[in-house]
Design a protein around this ligand. Structure first.
Ligand SMILES: Nc1ncnc2c1ncn2[C@@H]1O[C@H](COP(=O)(O)OP(=O)(O)OP(=O)(O)O)[C@@H](O)[C@H]1O
Ligand SMILES: [Mg+2]
Length: 267
């Protein structure tokens, strides 16, 4: 009865992979004040169900732009994004709102909790949008707050919580509607080292337990220890995609390697 199949490991062959997000030749150009920025250039990317993917790259390389494309928060200038094989550009505004509410949970650097609502009310809110029965939403809200380790703070407002506690509320909120995908943009950027490590570990556990796909744009090298794959982006293009197994070989001397590589590239 408990024999649920483990999600396919990203190291498995392509044939066995179940793609949950597909970006096809995605470009995004910003025109601002007469200036043109190619934030993404022909990005092709498949993300597999149940995997933990880190999107890494220097500031301005296009991580948040890619995040916004995958999350249906912005539209590509060219190319297509599929979520569960649905072309999100083909959705009307109602369908897109449904997808954002039911399929995707969002976590942001600045937590983005509503300050006038308690932790519980923040977590319950997306369930209200999804027409969940109020009692069920409250029960699930409490379970989620317990799961992220702050059940005892359910009645606190964000202003009375630490950054780490607020991010835990944001994670609980992201999971409220049992999404297939959790998108986290720099989830540890406003946290100290230890709290950031706790948040990363928690995301990894949730990814494994619930089978949710986690996609995180980050500068945080702690993420490298736990993700399944890393997409390195630079100047809006994918530089390379690496499996963690391959990354482990040089993760200890990672900074040094990158510096040497960069220096080598410039010569
Ligand atoms: N709304 C916008 N209008 C104009 N240019 C933008 C806009 N959003 C992003 N850009 C530009 O697109 C490029 C990619 O930005 P993006 O925010 O995706 O980078 P990032 O990798 O997330 O950076 P960071 O690590 O600093 O968050 C940058 O050159 C940025 O200035
Ligand atoms: Mg960003």
């Amino acid at each position: 009865m408990n024999e649920t199949a483990a999600p396919p490991h990203p190291a498995d062959s392509d044939m066995r992979r179940d793609t949950v997000v597909r970006a096809l030749d995605v470009s995004r150009v910003y025109e601002l004040g007469g200036e043109t920025t190619h934030a993404l250039r022909s990005v092709d990317l498949d993300i597999f169900r149940g995997e933990y993917m880190a999107i890494m790259g220097p500031s301005g390389s296009g991580k948040s732009t890619l995040f916004n494309m995958i999350g249906g928060l912005d539209k590509p200038t060219a190319g297509m994004v599929f979520i569960d094989e649905v072309d999100i550009a083909a959705l009307d505004s109602f369908e897109l709102a449904w997808l954002r509410c039911r399929k995707i949970g969002y976590i942001f650097q600045s937590f983005n909790l509503l300050p006038m609502l308690t932790a519980m009310e923040n977590v319950v809110m997306p369930m209200t949008f999804a027409n969940t029965d109020p009692d069920e939403a409250r029960d699930r809200g409490y379970d989620l707050l317990q799961k992220v380790g702050i059940g005892d703070r359910w009645s606190h407002r964000p202003g009375r919580m630490s950054g780490g506690q607020q991010q835990r509320v944001a994670i609980a909120r992201a999971l409220a509607n049992e999404p297939a995908i959790v998108l986290a943009d720099e989830p540890t950027a406003n946290l100290d080292l230890k709290t950031g490590a706790d948040i990363i570990t928690m995301l990894k556990q949730l990814c494994a337990e619930i089978g949710v796909t986690v996609i995180s744009a980050t500068h945080d090298h702690k993420m490298l220890d736990i993700c399944d794959r890393v997409v390195w982006i630079r100047d809006g293009a994918i530089e390379r995609i690496e499996l963690r197994e391959n990354l482990d070989i040089h993760v200890g001397v990672f900074e040094e390697d990158r510096t040497n590589e960069d220096e080598g590239a410039g010569t």
